[in-house]
Design a protein around this ligand. Structure first.
Ligand code: AMP
Length: 275
């Protein structure tokens, strides 16, 4: 496994194709490794990036404290069969005078965008830069970050990018909590409370499966369940159209049920698709 730190070095690699690419912010877990394995199964070469992208963090967010452990990440990536790991510095990606941004205007505004107004501008810009550096045939993203996945698919389509975006299912802990690098912030007590996100999603699915199509009723039931957990502070509970992310009143076709809840300091997100 090769480890590369500069853009110049990466571009000089001339990797065998098809090339699968998994962008990450590191502090890897089995969710990331699933993406690597899916890339491995469908490509000749697998490249993974580890970059804690400063431009996608708001001024009051956890950029400085975001967990990092490069030696552990490299060991996990090597075991999963990664060929190349790209670990640029912030100065390598954003040299002095950097001034170009990519935005998906409407889709970036809902859900996560309401609480984190500059987040997706940072995500789409860095993913665009990484695509230009790595030039993958296939890029792998997790359904865990459902809005991110939609925003990136839209960017790839609108800008006629020459690659496929492949969505991978959410990997969970045995008690249903979606794996996340940020789970490491949870105290033991908060960790016990955290599966309430998944429980409220499963309640939505149960109501839907029994025939409920009134989104307000499902939202209200989810909120009531979340409120039984005193450690949780709800940011949003959304039942939205999977294409536009507009909130639904009645569920007709598919619906993205998603939520963000603060459990102590960490803000956790999760989602499922109904229909
Ligand atoms: P991150 O390092 O958190 O920026 O995530 C990098 C990629 O891994 C993104 O495409 C995420 O959606 C994906 N990912 C994060 N957590 C999970 C998970 N629990 N299951 C599957 N994919 C995930």
């Amino acid at each position: 496994m090769k480890v590369v730190q500069t853009i110049h070095e990466f571009k000089a690699l001339n990797l065998p194709r098809p090339l699968g690419f998994v962008p990450t912010m590191g502090y890897l877990h089995e969710g990331h490794i699933l993406l690597v394995k899916q890339a491995k199964a469908a490509n000749k070469t697998v490249a993974v990036s580890i970059f804690v992208n400063p431009t996608q963090f708001g001024p009051k967010e956890d950029l400085a404290s975001y967990p990092r452990d490069i030696p552990r990440d490299l060991a996990m990536l090597e075991k999963a069969g990664t060929d190349v790991v790209f670990i640029p510095s912030a100065a390598e990606m954003y040299p002095e005078g950097y001034d170009t941004w990519v935005e998906v205007e409407k889709l970036q505004k809902h859900l996560e965008g309401d609480s984190r107004p500059t987040h997706f501008k940072g995500v789409t810009t860095v993913v665009n830069k990484l695509f230009n550096i790595v030039m993958p045939d296939n890029a792998y993203f997790g359904q865990k970050d459902a809005q991110q996945l939609l925003v990136i698919m839209k960017m790839v389509k609108d800008l006629n990018m020459n690659l496929q975006v492949i969505a991978c299912p959410t990997v969970r802990e045995p008690d249903g909590l979606a794996m996340s690098s940020r789970n490491t912030y949870l105290t033991p007590e908060q960790r016990q409370a955290a599966p309430v996100l998944r429980k409220s999603l499963m309640l939505a699915k149960e109501m839907y499966d029994k025939g409920e199509r009134d989104a307000d009723k499902i939202r209200a039931a989810m909120i009531a369940l979340l409120k039984t957990e005193p450690q949780g502070q709800i940011d949003y509970v959304s039942i939205a159209d999977t294409g536009t992310l507009n909130e639904l009143k009645i569920i007709k076709g598919q619906a993205l049920v998603s939520l963000a809840v603060k459990i102590g300091k960490p803000r956790l997100i999760d989602n499922i698709i109904l229909g």
